[in-house]
Write a protein that binds this ligand. Structure first.
Ligand code: ATP
Ligand code: MG
Length: 567
């Protein structure tokens, strides 16, 4: 491509709302342009990167025997009613009516559509397993679209769905897909980690996320210092504590604790470890048609993990409550403790089940109970793992220690089981001629989010540093002075040679200053830039390696061979 003809509108200034390097550079370097919140146009450079990612995905899907399909983006609400997911997805579903008043949804994911495609078409165990996927625009009316392509409302996803006759076969496919996904990310050249995850609104089990490691990642992942264990903090588990602090001893009693409100103050007051205090968190839990205040109990040294709390209550959302609401039901802010079970539901972290000698709020201004054992509530309270793991906790799989790192979720795979096929009555006949619901797996990968994630992991102060597998062009030739005939001649010759060899090459033939062209090249991030400039008088040109920013001087006779070798 000739730069003089290319549609690459680079900009000096970043968009006002851009804070992440990927958003800033993709916008400034002319890859994307924003249309409205969470909506972006992909310009030619972005299309090239997207196509490369898609090609790799297609090759790896082909290799594991998955078949590509393409389903309608507009999906009938009736399918979502069948699966019962309308409420679960809530406002993220963009709904609308056609001229005949039929209700539709812009597809945010395609489980229902894929089950609908397969039901009554695949009817025998003999035709299983089946793995179908597409690479397609998705729409989710995200509450806070942000960070450019990272969290758009309209975005591109590779979504795949597999159908099986047995759980064992699903397990086999799931492992094969995990390997394929790892291969895709390895080929793309990103540093990533596969972690255990929560299944989210789609439901299911055996969920794993593929995380591109980057400081700016929205997800926190807990990783083990010794073994392979890694998990999204929403789902991370921990092993038994290695050291248990010395236990205080006290009979059940109410204690005056004037002005002692925080866990630290409480621990200090009683000279005990926060491990022996109880943190009680009141939240409003929102269900389909109603909501209620729920008390969540964790150890004072722990925090409530909201996704775990959401799963424990099977709720749609969890929101804060103000102090007046708490007082209304008889709770005393700052001193909250167990209350009458008829008034409010209690969810207690499993780590507190057998705990004794604990200290917690007495629901009375300035008072705490000592010698508490929440296990006595076991008939009325609900026990679940709702505490968030902490850095320094023990790994659930070995004696290593957990630490936190940040990641960008670019892929999510999980075992759906038969939840959707049962809801949508999608069945096959098993070996005995008995109808059975399909056993399913689902496999997503964020294609447009990957574009951002690659830049997030690969950039410097000046711009993008594309990996070799994802760069929109591999080589950029800058003719420093377009008025210099020898420079133009060599530039054109090299350009032709490289094109003929199938190299993706850009020729910067614009009538601009060299400095301007170089800045542009660094912003876009071509892996190699050949600078045809003053050195040409001595029979040499420079090759600038974008990864190392090192420049090497190469005699013009060697330049073609040298660049081919680098590629
Ligand atoms: P997140 O937790 O980031 O909101 P999710 O868990 O809701 O994502 P999935 O339903 O698992 O997303 O979708 C599969 C993949 O699609 C994700 O792993 C991610 O890479 C991509 N994706 C999801 N939402 C968006 C979005 N708003 N913009 C861009 N990519 C997205
Ligand atoms: Mg996910």
């Amino acid at each position: 491509m000739r730069r003089s003809r290319a549609f690459i509108p680079t900009m000096k200034e970043a968009p006002n709302d851009a804070s992440l390097p990927s958003h800033i550079f993709l916008a400034r370097a002319g890859f994307i342009s924003q249309v409205a919140a969470g909506l972006y146009n992909y310009m030619p450079l972005a299309k090239r990167v997207i196509r490369k990612i898609e090609n790799i995905i297609n090759e790896e899907m082909e290799a594991v025997g998955a078949q590509e399909v393409e389903l309608s983006f507009v999906t009938p609400v009736s399918l979502w009613m069948e699966s019962g997911r309308v409420e679960k997805f809530g406002k993220e579903l963009l709904r609308f009516k056609d001229r005949k008043e039929n209700l539709f949804v812009l597809g945010p994911t395609h489980e229902e559509m894929m089950v609908d495609l397969v039901r009554n078409r695949v009817t025998s165990y003999r035709n299983l397993p089946l793995n179908l996927y597409q690479i397609k625009t998705k729409f989710r009316d995200e509450a806070r679209p942000r960070f450019g392509l990272m969290r758009g409302r309209e975005f591109i996803m590779k979504d795949g769905y597999s159908f099986h006759a047995t759980i064992e076969d699903l397990d086999r496919e799931f492992d094969a897909m995990e390997r394929a996904y790892k291969k895709i990310l390895t080929r793309l050249g990103v540093d990533f980690r596969v972690v255990e995850a929560d299944s989210g609104a789609i439901g299911g089990s055996g969920s794993k996320e593929l995380m591109v490691l980057a400081d700016s990642g929205e997800d926190t992942i807990a990783v083990c210092s010794k073994c392979e264990y890694g998990a999204n903090i929403e789902a991370a588990k921990r092993g038994a504590r290695a050291v248990i602090p010395e236990a205080p001893e006290a009979n059940f009693n109410k204690f005056l604790t004037s002005n002692v409100k925080t866990i630290d103050e409480l621990a200090e007051f009683f000279k005990i470890d926060p491990y022996y205090t109880i943190k009680c968190i009141a939240k409003r839990v929102v269900y389909e048609d109603e909501s209620e205040i729920v008390l969540f109990f964790v150890r004072g040294c722990d925090n409530l993990q909201e996704v775990k709390a959401l799963n424990a209550t099977d709720a749609l959302d969890i929101v804060d409550v103000d102090e007046d609401e708490l007082r209304e039901i008889g709770l005393t802010p700052g001193f909250i403790g167990p209350l009458d079970q008829d008034k409010v539901k209690h969810v207690i972290d499993t780590d507190l089940k057998d705990a004794t000698n604990m200290i917690c709020g007495a629901n009375e201004q300035d008072y705490h109970f000592v010698g508490v054992a929440l296990g006595v509530l076991s008939d009325v309270a609900y026990f679940a793992e709702i505490a968030e793991v902490n850095e320094g906790d023990i790994c659930p799989n070995c004696d290593g220690v957990l630490s936190f790192t940040k990641g960008i979720e670019v892929g999510h795979i999980f075992k759906l089981g038969s939840a959707y096929s049962e809801a949508l009555k999608a069945e096959f006949l098993d070996e005995n001629g008995k109808p059975q619901p399909f056993i399913m797996g689902t496999y997503g990968m964020g294609v447009s989010r990957l574009v951002a994630a690659i830049v997030e992991q690969n950039h410097d102060k000046k711009g993008c540093r594309w990996t070799k597998a994802t760069a929109p062009y591999m080589v950029n030739i800058i003719i420093s002075n377009i008025k210099n005939e020898a420079q133009v001649e060599l530039g054109e010759k090299l350009y032709g040679q490289l094109q003929e060899s199938g190299v993706e090459v850009m020729l910067d033939d614009r009538k601009e200053r060299f400095g301007f062209k170089m800045k542009d090249a660094e912003l876009i991030g071509f892996p190699y830039t050949i600078i045809i400039g003053k050195e040409l008088a001595n029979g040499a040109v420079q090759i600038c390696d974008n990864q190392t920013t090192k420049k090497i001087l190469v005699p013009i006779d060697n330049i073609y061979a040298q660049i081919m070798e680098l590629l």
